[in-house]
Design a protein around this ligand. Structure first.
Ligand SMILES: Nc1ncnc2c1ncn2[C@@H]1O[C@H](COP(=O)(O)OP(=O)(O)OP(=O)(O)O)[C@@H](O)[C@H]1O
Length: 309
């Protein structure tokens, strides 16, 4: 469980995180989505005790990281896949990590197996591909078999195999009942891995909801119908409560389905020459929302309003 409450972090004149409040619960993959510079890494660093909040708090299982009695057993993180010493073997790197955090030595072989690096355990990390380094970083996060996992942009720069592997891994970890918090700047990626999304822009909260709710709220679809009798059909559709605009050779209908438009045409005795559903992408809605994230938040009462959520 992660708890972020009224978190603000300033670096000199830069406000990286601005009054952020949200919770991340176990048993699900929670996506932490926002454009570059939105404050995702900063929030994760504060959660992991690597940075101090300017105000507010960020807790792991109800405590500040520094107050956790055995942090490696409670929380693991992938922040920078390339952080291992290039001259060390994967095995030596993980053994050093295990020693530093009091994790039993046998876990090294187990996590190497788990991330698929057992066969290259003796090779120097300097010769590893980005995907292998990312796996090694994840192995480090899993060493203490923690119930909470934070992954910062884990699929960045990976090839398709690596991406698929990370997607499966985060799902498995969540299915095991762990708290899994994964950041990304890509809505398309989050759509495939997350159950819930915490969306940030400019250091502020834009949305915090199940993915399905955001899809329903943000995906705007419209039906385009071609008909030689647009006037009659438009009247029928308006009576049914749909929004209708005239378009070249037909109508654009909002707030309904293609089936409903077809049925309405049938009831009105209108000939239909073409009928198609056009869906605005979720990605587009996300870009618009985060592009104006600050104004959106301010419009709902700003920081105070968010903290009450
Ligand atoms: N140590 C630092 N010193 C000064 N400014 C910083 C520092 N760390 C982050 N920032 C600034 O804080 C803001 C948020 O950065 P952060 O890295 O948290 O965003 P992010 O959402 O993780 O984006 P990215 O995916 O690009 O890392 C940015 O404007 C960044 O330049």
């Amino acid at each position: 469980m992660l708890t972020v409450r009224g978190l603000t972090k300033r670096y000199g004149g830069v406000t990286a995180v601005d009054g952020l409040t949200f919770e991340v619960r176990p048993g699900a993959v929670t996506g932490f989505l926002g454009p570059n510079g939105a404050g995702k890494s900063t929030t994760m660093r504060v959660l992991l005790g690597l940075d101090r909040p300017t105000s507010g708090e960020a807790l792991v299982n109800g405590r500040r990281y520094g107050d956790l009695p055995r942090p490696a057993w409670e929380v693991g993180a992938l922040l920078d896949g390339g952080a291992a010493h290039p001259g060390r073997s994967a095995w030596a790197h993980l053994l050093a990590l295990a020693r530093g955090s009091g994790v039993p030595r046998r876990r090294v072989a187990e996590v190497l197996e788990e991330v698929g690096l057992a066969g290259v355990a003796g090779r120097r990390v300097g010769g590893f591909s980005l995907g292998m380094r990312q796996r090694l970083g994840i192995a480090g996060a899993l060493l203490g078999d923690p119930g909470v996992l934070l992954f910062d942009e884990p699929v960045n720069g990976l090839d398709m195999d690596g991406v698929l592997w990370v997607r499966r891994l985060v799902r498995t970890l969540a299915d095991e009942g762990r708290t899994v918090f994964v950041s990304s700047h890509l809505m398309s990626e989050m759509q495939l891995v997350a159950d819930r999304l915490v969306v940030v822009a400019g250091g502020r909260l834009v949305a915090d909801a199940p993915l399905s709710e955001l899809v329903a709220a943000w995906t705007r679809s419209r039906v385009v119908v071609r008909t030689p009798d647009p006037g009659v059909l438009a009247e029928r559709l308006r009576r049914d409560g749909a929004g209708v605009e005239a378009a070249d050779g037909g109508l654009v209908v909002h707030g309904t389905t293609a089936e409903a438009v077809g049925d309405a045409a049938h009831r009105a005795g209108v000939r239909v020459h073409g009928l198609r559903l056009e869906e605005a992408s979720l990605e587009q809605a996300y870009l618009e929302l985060t592009g104006t994230g600050v104004e959106y938040a301010a419009g709902r009462g700003g920081r105070d309003g968010q903290e009450e959520k």
